[in-house]
Design a protein. Structure first.
Length: 307
């Protein structure tokens, strides 16, 4: 098929990235970084989660962040919802966000370790939540974690993943993301996977969420693009990962993903130097060196190369 010439990228660092940081990030710093990302041109940012504060203390200030951030009206703010209680808490501040994401792991073991429920129990709760989310006039996104492999169970059948995705679509999700939660995907399978997903789910937005745990994140994103995927998630500075199990670190760095797409002539609507600046500011806030390549090398400067 013809390669897409434009894509949409959701920045997930303020939620998926920050939640893995061991030291508490001051609320004012979180707000400043989110506003910097909005200035870089993002129209979709995952801002907060309604997980219990004792489970993820780093995100305990999510409501304050949502209320205080000053971003353009065009920026759609997403929150992650783990269960019905989380949705109740989120809807109490319904006016602070426009999209809600629900989720499940494709493998039983990972789902139990992550949310302490079976896949069937999680999906039953998700079906109820999706209807409530849509009834509130909110965008409903769904995420299938461990879509490309489980660190406990190994290979996850493609049909199982797509069956779960269809369940989400039937419940009312208008976007379904597929997460390479612990970085087990490879480019050959990523291409095969997204070709099948796009064919099976023609009426929803299909989103790729790759991790760079084993250095294959950008190659997997390229394979998804070649298969026709136009929706991606990434995290500035390559922040994030999965807390279950340990060692599953690192989403694709947003600035690296944007750099690759721009060099290929694929439009993102983002200001790459501004994205790099935001990652550089996050590096200062966290007080450690972040791992994205674009932070070190900067964007390609063809004028300099031609000089």
């Amino acid at each position: 098929m013809t390669r897409p010439n434009a894509v949409h990228i959701r920045e997930v660092g303020p939620r998926d990235g920050f939640q893995n940081e061991p030291e508490r990030i001051p609320t004012d710093d979180k707000i400043r970084l989110i506003e910097a990302l909005a200035r870089a041109g993002f129209t979709r940012i995952e801002v907060a989660s309604f997980v219990r504060p004792d489970v993820i203390p780093q995100l305990a200030d999510g409501v304050e962040v949502l209320r205080r951030i000053d971003v353009p009206d065009a920026v759609r703010r997403m929150v992650l919802i783990p269960n019905t209680k989380g949705l109740d808490n989120a809807l109490a501040v319904r006016d602070t966000f426009q999209e809600a994401a629900i989720f499940v792991s494709a493998s039983e073991t990972h789902n139990r370790k992550n949310v302490n429920r079976t896949v069937d129990e999680t999906m039953a709760d998700n079906a109820v939540m999706a209807k409530r989310i849509r009834a509130e006039g909110l965008g409903c996104a769904a995420v299938v974690a461990t879509s490309f492999g489980c660190p406990y169970e190994g290979r996850v059948p493609l049909e199982r993943v797509l069956d779960l995705a269809e369940g989400f679509a039937e419940a009312g999700a208008t976007e379904i993301g597929f997460g390479d939660t612990t970085g087990m995907a490879n480019p050959a399978y990523a291409g095969e996977f997204f070709s099948a997903a796009l064919e099976r789910l023609p009426d929803v937005e299909v989103t790729a969420h790759f991790h760079n745990t084993r250095g294959q994140g950008l190659a997997n994103a390229y394979a998804a693009l070649e298969a026709g995927c136009t929706s991606f998630e990434s995290s500035f500075g390559e922040l994030g990962g999965c807390p279950v199990p340990k060692g599953s670190t690192g989403n694709i760095a947003t600035e690296d993903l944007v750099s690759m797409f721009h060099e290929m002539g694929v439009e993102t609507g983002l200001d790459l130097p501004a994205v790099i600046d935001a990652a550089r500011e996050a590096q200062q806030v966290l007080g450690r060196t972040l791992t994205s390549h674009s932070l070190v090398a900067g964007p390609v400067d063809w004028h300099l190369a031609d000089a």
